[in-house]
Design a protein around this ligand. Structure first.
Ligand code: DC
Length: 228
């Protein structure tokens, strides 16, 4: 039987990471871990509890104390924190912005890092985020850097928000995405960068189906190289 790989998928917001990673994981029968959802969960709980988002010590203690879980319900992946299903609020713009803010804090990153690494220990996993191939799983069997032009990513994000009833102008969505990317790229700990050994896949002109096929082709190649 083929070995089960560890697959890291990184890239900026709305490049298609989540959709591609889920699809690849389901096709291969691997587990999927959305690390962005963990940062979002920490931010959501902090907002609810009124913890100051730039307080490294308090935010680190909060992140350390949370228990994360994810489970599929049909095609929907639910995120749980301390047993509570927090999926509904997780994708909101305010939570995404707060997640980017708290993800700059080293104590928060350290708390989530050990959880993320332990989830990947047994292999057979697709994990997506910003620093998976560079920091969380530097020895991953396959690293993908998924990218797309800012305008295309903003178009996708805008559509996603409209689908959820959050109507905003395209310009506002584009500006927010650009700001968040800059913050994720320029932070001092675990910034968003393409790992030197990652394969870049630009999804600007690709359907997500085509991006999934491209990743599956890279998986097949990796498994074939193993078998040689
Ligand atoms: O992928 P996303 O939009 O759900 O991620 C939300 C924020 O979390 C993102 O702006 C930066 C942060 N994040 C991170 O710093 N490291 C990760 N591995 C995943 C997400």
């Amino acid at each position: 039987m083929a070995r089960k790989l560890t697959i890291a998928i990184d890239g900026p917001g709305s490049a298609g990471k989540g959709t591609v990673a889920r699809w690849v994981a389901r096709t291969l029968g691997y587990r999927y871990v959305d690390t962005g959802a963990m940062y979002r969960a920490v931010a959501l709980v902090a907002l609810r509890r009124g913890v100051q988002l730039d307080d490294g010590k308090d935010m680190g203690a909060l992140a350390e104390g949370l228990e994360f879980d994810m489970a599929w319900d049909g095609d929907v992946l639910h995120s749980f924190v301390d047993g509570e299903d927090i999926t509904p609020g997780l994708r909101e713009e305010s939570v995404g912005r707060a997640a980017s803010d708290v993800s700059r804090l080293p104590p928060v990153r350290a708390a989530l890092l050990s959880t993320q690494r332990s989830l990947a220990r047994k292999g057979g996993i697709v994990m997506d985020g910003r620093d998976i191939g560079t920091v969380v799983l530097p020895d991953a069997d396959l690293k993908i850097y998924l990218d797309a032009d800012l305008d295309e990513r903003a178009r996708r994000r805008h559509e996603e928000l409209i689908r959820r009833g959050d109507v905003r102008s395209f310009a506002e969505v584009r500006d927010a995405l650009e700001l968040r990317d800059r913050q994720d790229r320029e932070r001092s700990v675990a910034p968003l960068v393409c790992a030197p050994d990652a394969v870049r896949v630009d999804t600007t002109d690709l359907t997500l189906r085509a991006a999934v096929d491209r990743v599956l082709e890279l998986v097949a190649r990796r498994l074939a190289a193993d078998a040689r």
